[in-house]
Design a protein around this ligand. Structure first.
Ligand code: UT7
Length: 331
């Protein structure tokens, strides 16, 4: 019997309607379209509005889109993982609510948190369940309502982040397609440079922290930028080398969309032509856990069975990694 690999067999996505353009941001903080475009590549991002609507709203919509497109019966789904850095609540699983709402009533479910690498690490987890033969259908969702913890008076962060959700279905494959290899890393010394500190168990919110806004996301952009450029490019290059791949063998780079300059640097390190680099940061900004599945959703019609995709991500923690993947279907 051939070895079972874990393939992606369907994708879906969801973006909220409200468009926060660079022009609107110009009226909110001291910034301008030219600076944001040249320093990040972002033109606009989407924001989820509406009281009580959190990350599960984005996750449910993305999963429903996948279910509608693929025709998969939600009752056949064994496991729902919601990769997110912005769960609905501190102590109730966002994935459990999401699974129930989409009708995945025979599934168990849980959240997975690794900042901007949440979805990439979730791919590893989902694939391991499939490869082991333990489960047959794993729904992996990456969703974040970043606007819930961004300070819209802080130009260092509010220009970058947006809200969104994406979903993929992992199933067994007997043609050797799907996840081929992974190189995942973390370094906790990075946590001081990108964090939403207050509200966590070490730092409960008090009226003081609330009043000075320290429950919002803080980022030392320059340090994060340097580490992201070095580490994402490094793991992408290493995964190519250890699988004896050259740039000619790679059809696509699907890199976390945090800053166009970081994505370009990763592509340059592995000598990849611009046409092979998936890019949607201009439309959505950094949607944290949703960037990779939203890339797949946007590029799905261009992907061919057998295409080699190199995934790469870097995020708070620090967390980062790269996955070598083979696409399993023509749409
Ligand atoms: O997804 C998780 C991982 N996150 C990332 O990968 C993000 C990594 N970091 C970045 O993408 C970039 O560091 C930023 C986009 C956040 C900032 O870009 P930068 O090129 O590192 O800018 P900087 O902080 O070094 O600032 C350069 C200049 C400064 O002015 P002076 O001191 O040179 O006069 C800033 O005050 O740009 C100024 N500046 C701005 N100007 C207009 C900083 N932010 C802004 C702004 N609009 N929003």
């Amino acid at each position: 019997m051939s070895k079972i690999t874990a393939a992606i067999t369907a994708v879906g996505g969801y973006l909220p309607d409200f468009v926060l353009s660079n022009q609107i941001l110009e009226t909110m903080v001291d910034t301008n379209d030219e600076w944001i475009t040249t320093r990040t590549g972002i033109k606009e991002r989407r924001i989820l509005k509406g009281e009580g609507k959190g990350t599960s709203f984005l996750a449910i919509k993305a999963a429903e889109n996948l279910i509608e497109k693929s025709g998969v019966d939600p009752k056949e789904i064994d496991l729902v993982i919601v990769s997110t850095a912005t769960p609905d609540m501190k102590a109730a699983s966002t994935a459990a609510y999401t699974a129930t709402q989409i009708g995945a009533t025979n599934a168990f479910s849980y959240d997975l948190e690794a900042a901007c690498s949440s979805f990439l690490f979730g791919m590893s987890t989902a694939a391991a369940y499939i490869e082991s033969g333990r489960y047959k259908k794993v729904l992996l969702i990456g969703a974040d309502k970043n606007s819930s913890f961004i300070n819209y008076k802080d130009r260092a962060t509010c220009i970058i982040f947006g809200d969104g959700g994406g979903a993929v279905l992992f199933e067994p494959n007997e043609e050797g397609l799907g996840l081929q290899d992974e190189l995942l890393r973390s370094n906790g010394e990075g946590r001081e440079f990108l964090r939403a500190q207050y509200g966590g168990s070490s730092y409960p919110i008090t009226s003081d922290t609330f009043n000075d806004g320290s429950h919002y996301v803080f980022q030392d952009g320059k340090t994060v930028f340097k580490n992201a450029v070095f580490n994402m490019a490094d793991v992408a290059e290493r995964i190519l080398k250890r699988n004896n791949l050259t740039n000619d063998d790679v059809n696509w780079l699907a890199a976390h969309q945090a800053n166009k300059r970081i994505i370009d640097a990763t592509a340059n390190r592995i000598n990849l032509e611009q046409e092979k680099v998936m890019m949607n940061i201009q439309k959505y900004g950094n949607t944290t856990s949703a960037t990779l599945p939203l890339l797949l959703n946007d590029y799905e019609s261009q992907l061919k069975k057998g295409d080699t995709i190199i995934f790469a991500a870097f995020g708070g923690g620090f967390t980062w990694g790269s996955i070598y993947f083979k696409w399993a279907y023509n749409s």
